[in-house]
Design a protein around this ligand. Structure first.
Ligand SMILES: Cc1cc2nc3c(=O)[nH]c(=O)nc-3n(C[C@H](O)[C@H](O)[C@H](O)COP(=O)(O)OP(=O)(O)OC[C@H]3O[C@@H](n4cnc5c(N)ncnc54)[C@H](O)[C@@H]3O)c2cc1C
Length: 380
């Protein structure tokens, strides 16, 4: 008899599969597409990983655990998945992002310092603050998912790809999951369905907003300046725009595959869509904004945009994650959702937390601020 079924083997589901298999749990992971595909929230090769968490300092203890998890999966697999390039932050001193970075770093003794024009390719105004978090960097997305899944299979987990879950139901004595191909029974169910969560939990429809996000690859005027080893990851706030702009160093094609170009993006919720509408977009406006930002702050990078990729955020009402058991489901259904465009760096720790919730019904990691309770109307 299966003990746990996971719906969705993307970022969070693949690491959850690994942590369950490591505990000796009989687990099946179901994925509607292949592993590391382009129709979810993880496409585009890389994600920034950082600890000085301006979104909410309570994430920092979870990030300490995530960093241990990144190390563990690299050691177990023998593959490098995390690259500590350093992360440069630029913005007006009083901007909430810059304030939040310093607050989290000071509270939790995270190493950071003021930049003194070490990265002279940035042309930021004198009144901007420039900081560097040297322990931050980026992780490889598709490789991370494949690696967690492969290591889970080595430990006895079962995976079925190309199998879409149509519906599920919980009972006093277990859960039943119906897919496009079969029906499965288990003790517990974990739903890590990313942007497709509203199809599986209709009650989430009014709260989880799925948005289309574009990533652009730019051919810099002087490519050598921006190569891995020479150029860091970066984040920048501009007084004219909401959210923040970010980018990565260019990665050598012989080592990383991909296109070897410079990846840039704008972290702000985009157009609200249903997942099936993902490929249907016009990138002109977003591309113009990105080029204007590069011309202003990183002029040697402001060449031409060579390609654009669309992927999705699943935004919770407060843009914080939801890691919890679903109410009224006989304590059998666990959810990892609402990663709101900042979840990937947590992949290893989310896997640990969701496996704790499935096996023990609780976790020793401090996740109270990510429970479903916080959305309850206090007047009810
Ligand atoms: C443009 C962009 C930039 C980002 N930048 C960063 C960053 O720099 N740093 C950072 O930390 N985070 C970043 N994020 C966020 C991060 O990538 C996401 O939070 C994370 O990938 C979410 O993981 P997930 O497991 O919820 O979704 P996914 O990785 O999409 O996995 C969900 C999986 O469930 C499967 N599934 C869904 N429904 C079913 C079904 N019915 N049956 C079977 N399978 C199903 C899907 O096919 C998918 O594979 C970014 C996101 C985007 C879009």
């Amino acid at each position: 008899m299966l003990e746990v079924i996971i719906i969705g083997l993307g970022s969070m589901g693949s690491s959850t599969l690994y942590y369950l298999a490591k505990r000796g749990v009989n687990v099946l992971g179901l994925e509607q597409f292949g592993l590391g595909h382009g129709e979810g929230s993880h496409s585009g090769q890389t994600r920034i990983v950082r600890k000085a968490y301006f979104e909410h300092p309570d994430y920092v203890p979870l990030l300490e655990s995530a960093y241990e998890g990144w190390k563990e999966i690299e050691e177990v697999s023998g593959r490098q998945l995390y690259y500590p390039t350093g992360l440069a932050y630029f913005g007006e001193e009083e901007h909430p992002v810059m304030q939040g970075v310093k607050f989290a770093a000071d509270t939790y003794n995270i190493e950071y310092s003021i930049l003194n024009n070490e990265y002279s390719m940035f042309t930021v105004p004198d009144h901007f603050e420039s900081l560097i978090e040297p322990g931050a960097g980026f992780a490889l997305t598709e490789q991370t998912i494949n690696t967690f899944a492969e290591e889970a299979v080595k430990l006895g987990a079962e995976i079925k790809t190309g199998e879409k879950v149509l519906h599920w139901k919980s009972f006093k004595d277990g859960v039943v999951v119906t897919t496009s191909k079969a029906e499965y029974r288990a003790d517990k169910l974990i739903i890590t369905a990313g942007a497709y969560v509203n199809d599986l939990i209709p009650a989430f429809k009014s709260s989880m907003k799925v948005t289309r996000q574009l990533l652009a690859w730019v051919k810099p005027k002087d490519p050598e300046l921006f190569e891995l080893g020479r150029f860091p990851c970066w984040m920048l706030t501009d007084p004219e725009f909401n959210g923040l702009f970010y980018g990565f160093p260019s990665l050598p094609v012989d080592q990383f595959g991909g296109n070897g170009l410079l990846k840039v993006g704008h972290h702000v919720p985009g157009e609200e869509i249903r997942p099936e509408e993902l490929p249907d977009y016009d990138a002109k406006q977003e591309s113009d904004i990105l080029i204007s930002i590069l011309e202003k702050y990183l002029p040697e990078a402001a060449g031409s945009i060579e390609s654009v990729t669309a992927c999705m955020y699943t935004n919770s009402p407060d843009e914080h994650f939801v890691l919890d058991r679903l109410p009224d489901q006989h304590n059998r259904v666990i959810i990892g959702s609402g990663f709101s465009g900042h979840g990937f760096k947590f992949v290893p720790v989310v896997g640990r937390i969701l496996s704790d919730l499935a096996v023990a019904g609780k976790t020793s990691l401090p996740t109270g601020f990510l429970s479903l309770d916080r959305f309850k109307n206090p007047d009810q």
